[in-house]
Write a protein that binds this ligand. Structure first.
Ligand code: S3P
Length: 449
């Protein structure tokens, strides 16, 4: 590729070379999903909420900026420490400009639900990846509640224009997509809508919204796969410590599993059962991952995890595990590419509408590294190579943070070094990824392809 233009297209390039075992102890950053919700409920509560270990990734910073734009006072008190002066359910005021949510699907979808009931106009936009992502899934139930939301043609609705202010009608919504973001958007509209709003899922998804709403004093009832919220709760400010992000921990975890001689302790990891499908998948493949000092942190279960290198064998992934590991499927595909035998992942079509088409992106990247992977409409079939992949190539992350980190970990099991292009978005969820992995002795550097 030639000169500056080439480098601009490649964005941040990271290079990884095979090296020694990963031994030591790491602490993952605060959980991204829980951090977004801490900002949202902190802003809607009455009084000052103090948050520790908030993820200072780009996505959460966008949510913080959105609430500041709606005139909520938020102060940074130290690394990961923020105080939020909540304005109550009716205290947000109209932003003067667009709310630019960057790369964050969670911010866009949860705020759409929340702002549908606020008495002002808001316009939500984001980067090219976010503007391509499906928003009809949140707009449809909200319009059924009476919300006025305008967008472009269906499928690519964002930017979204929300004319809040009309009183909505409660809904009993059978959610056709398995999505915590859709569930959360409807519930956030529900707390400002008369009556009881319910969402019924076809499979369980992460329940951080429900847990945090209850912790702030909201009325939340769960009955099987149905969750209901009452209207106009009096939310009270809280002091919260955000658990470490299981989805970030998944990268050093799989790295330790695939590099011989590794033994890693990962401290302070959220192990909410709606998030830990990857642990079940890796255990079924032969991994030994132990949990220590299990405890509760702000209503969320947390533990320290210990993982050692282990030979893995392929599995057929039970479909019901897919939503519980949805963000970990890219890094899971790396583990599968190094396992003995065949792995079949199906029922994971949602991966096609994440920050990138993660099925296509991982099949492309792993194939270039020398793995044997076959793309399926809703998943992939992988024939593992326990002896490692060839590498010695440049692969593209498709601008997707989780694809970038997964391919870098895959590089550890390659014979030749691997460069990954367009890694800038790693900062959306795991700004400390490179120093953390370097601290474990990984041969990871900023470089040119
Ligand atoms: C999230 C829900 C999931 C997940 C995303 C975070 C959340 O998205 O992939 O990274 O915080 O609610 P979907 O709801 O689209 O499955």
């Amino acid at each position: 590729m030639d000169g500056e233009r080439g480098q601009e297209k490649q964005g941040r390039v990271l290079r990884v070379s095979p090296g020694g075992a990963l031994v030591g102890r790491v602490v993952p950053p605060g959980d991204k999903s829980i951090s977004h919700r801490a900002v949202i409920f902190g802003a809607l509560a009455e009084g000052r909420t103090e948050v520790e270990n908030l993820l200072e990734g780009e996505d959460v910073l966008r949510t913080l900026a959105a609430f500041r734009a709606m005139h909520v006072e938020i102060q940074q008190r130290g690394p990961g420490r923020f105080s939020i002066d909540g304005v109550g359910l009716e205290g947000l005021t109209e932003p003067e400009d667009l709310l630019d949510l960057g790369n964050s699907g969670t911010a866009m979808r949860l705020l759409t639900g929340l702002l549908a009931t606020q008495p002002f106009l808001s316009v939500l936009t984001g980067d090219a990846s976010l503007r391509r992502r499906p928003m009809g899934r949140v707009v449809e139930p909200l319009r059924r509640m009476g919300a006025r939301i305008l967008g472009r043609e269906s499928g690519r609705l964002a930017p979204l224009v929300i004319h809040g202010g009309d009183e909505l009608l409660p809904i009993d919504y059978a959610c056709p997509v398995v999505s915590a973001q859709v569930k959360s958007a409807v519930l956030l509209a529900g707390i400002n809508t008369p009556g009881v709003t319910s969402v019924t899922e076809s499979a369980p998804t992460r329940d951080h919204t429900e847990r945090m709403l209850a912790a702030f004093g909201g009325e939340v009832e769960r009955n099987g796969l149905t969750v209901s919220v009452g209207c106009w709760p009096r939310l009270r400010a809280q002091s919260l410590r955000i658990p470490g992000d299981f989805s970030a921990a998944a990268f050093p975890l799989v790295a330790a599993l695939i590099v011989p001689g590794s033994e890693l302790r990962i401290d302070n990891v959220g192990i909410n059962p709606t998030r830990t499908g990857l642990l079940d998948m890796l255990t079924a493949m032969g991994a030994r991952i132990t949990r220590h000092d299990e405890r509760l942190m702000g209503g969320e279960p947390v533990a320290d995890l210990v993982v050692r290198h282990a030979p893995l064998r392929g599995i057929v992934v039970p479909r019901e595990w897919v939503p519980l590991a949805i963000d970990e499927l890219p890094i899971f595909s790396v583990a599968a590419a190094l396992a003995e035998g065949e792995t079949l992942l199906e029922g994971a079509g949602e991966l096609r509408v994440k920050e990138s088409d993660r099925i296509a992106a991982m099949v492309d990247g792993l194939t270039r590294l020398g793995a044997q992977v076959e793309e399926r409409p809703d998943g992939m079939r992988i024939v593992g190579r326990p002896q490692g992949m060839t590498g010695g190539v440049t692969v593209d992350s498709w601008t997707d943070h989780r694809v970038a980190m997964s391919l870098l970990i895959a590089g550890l099991a390659c014979k030749g070094s691997v460069a990954v292009t367009r890694c800038d978005n790693i900062a959306t969820s795991f700004p400390g990824f490179v120093p953390m992995m370097q601290g474990l002795g990984l041969n990871l550097s900023e470089g040119f392809a």
